[in-house]
Design a binder for this molecule. Structure first.
Ligand SMILES: [Zn+2]
Length: 416
């Protein structure tokens, strides 16, 4: 049962503006165990956030040990190194092995824990890109069939599931349905973003499948796979979510997850929303919780308007979500520092929409209530949350080019 002391939630009155108010945790890049997930669910409960998007499978690790798929635990749940390069710019190879997974029982327990708190768990399976850990366990699922290691480097990697291989697609469909059962899922996120086409373009099976489909557009091959998995989940009355860049037109039989606000994808999503596409808004420039505060100041997040420019059917925007990618988030302290205040901001945006409190009033409430909301006092000072331009210049290079943890270190210095 839910602890009565958690019921002090008088702030959130009436009906929320957005029915879907979500938080995502990536446990593939760095693993966080059941206790950390439970702590996050408690915070979500106090903030009236009602969708927990669980990103448990990506290139760098598959974090559920399914008994029927023993090579997942044996191979896909661990990697031998982590390379902090690319976007995260540390250019540092850490040869410490990284491993971790949930048992089936832990998943069931956490789903029950969330359900008791009115939170729906939405699992996500990374595919057909972002699936290298799965491919390391079952290499026959990829176009080349080559044995690979679970990668320790981040970014958009080359390997993909072989869409032209009917046996591989059947295997993935079986895995997807086994996961849907384990989670008792009502909604499932099937990814489809950042798919490298290199392997698909030269794979004889993928080329033959395109011929069979009567197309020479590689996008159609992706859509064929998306529709295949969408339909098998739909047959079980499970709603399906796809990233905006996994769709090349409105598909009103799925929910679009709009994360990328940086280019023409934003314009596409606006068109689809106006055409009737149900959409969850998670604009990276405002709502990604792994971004340092020098890149996305807290005030910018708090001021976010989910109704994208040009949208004339805002009722099709069904919700908002703040994702926490964990390439650079390696500890509880960093997780709390990056995510907790932003979750509170998201809760306010999701519940009150444009009628949210002025920033200063919200901050006063946040500082007064954070021990209750988060189970700990973070006391992150304003000058870290919203760096002034000179400070920004001073630390930007250090934070973005060298060490993503430097803000946390600065905050510690300010506090102790
Ligand atoms: Zn292929």
């Amino acid at each position: 049962m839910v602890d009565e002391s958690l019921l002090k939630r008088e702030l959130f009155q009436g009906e929320p503006v957005y029915g879907y108010r979500g938080a995502m945790l990536d446990v593939s890049r760095h693993f966080f165990g059941a206790d950390e997930v439970r702590r996050l669910l408690d915070i979500m409960y106090r903030l009236h956030l009602n969708k927990f998007h669980w990103h448990f499978a990506d290139d760098q690790g598959f974090r559920i040990a399914l008994k029927a798929y023993p090579r997942l635990e044996e191979i896909a749940t661990k990697r031998s190194f982590t390379y902090y390069g690319g976007f995260h710019k540390k250019n540092f190879r850490d040869n410490t092995p990284h491993a971790g997974f949930y048992t089936e029982e832990e998943v069931r327990d956490l789903v029950a824990y969330a359900t008791e708190r009115g939170i729906e768990v939405i699992p996500e399976l990374g595919m057909p890109g972002h699936s290298s850990a799965l491919i390391a366990a079952y290499p026959e699922l990829s176009c080349s069939g080559e044995q690979i290691e679970v990668p320790g480097n981040f970014g958009v990697l080359e390997n993909t599931l072989c869409i032209g291989n009917d046996d591989a697609m059947r295997f993935v469909e079986g895995l997807l349905l086994a996961l849907a059962d384990l989670f008792s899922a009502k909604t499932f996120h099937i990814d489809f973003d950042e798919v490298r086409l290199t392997h698909l373009e030269i794979c004889p099976k993928c080329q033959a499948k395109m011929k069979e489909l009567g197309t020479n557009r590689i996008e159609d091959l992706k859509l064929y796979a998306k529709n295949l998995f969408r339909d098998s989940l739909k047959r079980r009355n499970i709603k399906v979510i796809v990233y905006n860049d996994g769709m090349d037109a409105a598909d009103t039989s799925v929910i679009c997850f709009h994360w990328d606000s940086r280019d023409q994808l934003g314009e596409k999503t606006v068109q689809w929303i106006n055409d009737g596409q149900q959409t969850i808004i998670a604009n990276c420039e405002y709502l990604y919780m792994d971004y340092p505060y020098v890149k996305t100041p807290f005030k910018k997040t708090y001021g976010f308007n989910p109704v994208l420019n040009g949208v004339n059917k805002p009722e099709n925007i069904i919700g908002v979500e703040a994702p926490l990618w964990t390439e650079s988030v390696t500890s509880h302290a960093k997780l709390a520092f990056n995510a907790y205040y932003r979750l509170a901001a998201l809760a306010e945006i999701g519940w009150f929409g444009e009628n949210r409190r002025p920033y200063s009033e919200f901050m006063k409430w946040l500082y007064e209530n954070e021990a209750y909301l988060f189970g700990e006092k973070l006391n992150i000072p304003e000058h870290i949350l919203n760096p002034n331009p000179s400070r920004l210049l001073q630390i930007e290079e250090k934070c973005l080019m060298e060490d993503m943890d430097c803000e946390l270190e600065d905050a510690k210095k300010a506090l102790f």
